[in-house]
Design a protein around this ligand. Structure first.
Ligand code: ADE
Length: 225
């Protein structure tokens, strides 16, 4: 899989890439690339954003800057890129990220994440260059970078080889195996701590009973009791 992130702050992702599961995914063949708007801006002084027409606070990422970055990186008209890969603008009001959306993205051979800054994007970017908008939740971040990392993190751990155990992602919260419910509780040693003991069934070695208990716990969490 190939993920391209268009950003004003490619350096932020150095920390992200240093994480073990991200390194594993890269070693297993995932390609993560960063495109810096400032490296492609046609404006002087590295300008990439501007004040909004009609007034108001903050700055908006310019459409001509996005155009130049997409054209330079993909070697085609910027409106064409979305015909070749999923081009996603990260905005607080977009389609909310959930497990289904993550699984959908993990099936793609190539995606592009566009990070806005300050007040976001000139709307023509969303209309003409992106095929969709994605939100990691109904709150406003200072930019799309953290949202891009959330998307990458959630998608990469779905790819083979990113986690130590292939089964870990299959049976985690919201997975199909658990019928879309949150995961059951986990415990590890010590079996007793300050008088708090681990549920007896987990120590029983009785796999069928353990499976039943986990399914029941998972369903209870889903139903909110
Ligand atoms: N950019 C700013 N806030 C965001 C959010 N909540 N989700 C995605 N992108 C964003």
């Amino acid at each position: 899989m190939e993920i391209d992130v268009f950003t004003l702050f490619p350096k932020w992702f150095e920390w992200f890439e240093a994480q073990r599961h991200v390194r594993n995914a890269i070693e297993a063949g995932t390609r993560l690339r960063y495109v810096d708007f400032r490296a492609h801006t046609p404006l002087s002084g590295g300008q990439v954003d501007d004040t909004p027409f009609g007034g108001g606070a903050g700055m908006v990422l310019r459409v001509d800057v996005m155009d130049a970055a997409l054209r330079a990186h993909y070697g085609m008209d910027a409106t064409e890129a979305r015909n070749h890969r999923r081009v996603i603008a990260l905005t607080p009001g977009g389609r909310e990220l959930d497990e289904r959306y993550v699984s959908e993205l993990a099936q793609e051979p190539a995606i592009t994440l566009l990070c806005g800054r300050y007040e976001g994007f000139d709307e023509r970017i969303v209309e003409h260059y992106a095929g969709e908008t994605l939100s990691i939740g109904r709150y406003v971040l200072a930019g799309g970078e953290l949202a891009a990392m959330v998307v990458c993190d959630a998608v990469l751990r779905k790819l083979p080889g990113a986690l130590g155990h292939e089964s870990s992602a299959a049976e985690e919260s919201f997975s199909e195996t658990l019928g879309g419910a949150p995961e059951y509780p986990h415990y590890t040693r010590p079996a007793e701590y300050r008088g708090w003991s681990v549920p007896e069934v987990l120590l029983s070695g009785h796999h069928e009973r353990i499976r039943e208990w986990r399914a029941e716990q998972s369903a209870r969490r889903r139903d909110g009791d």
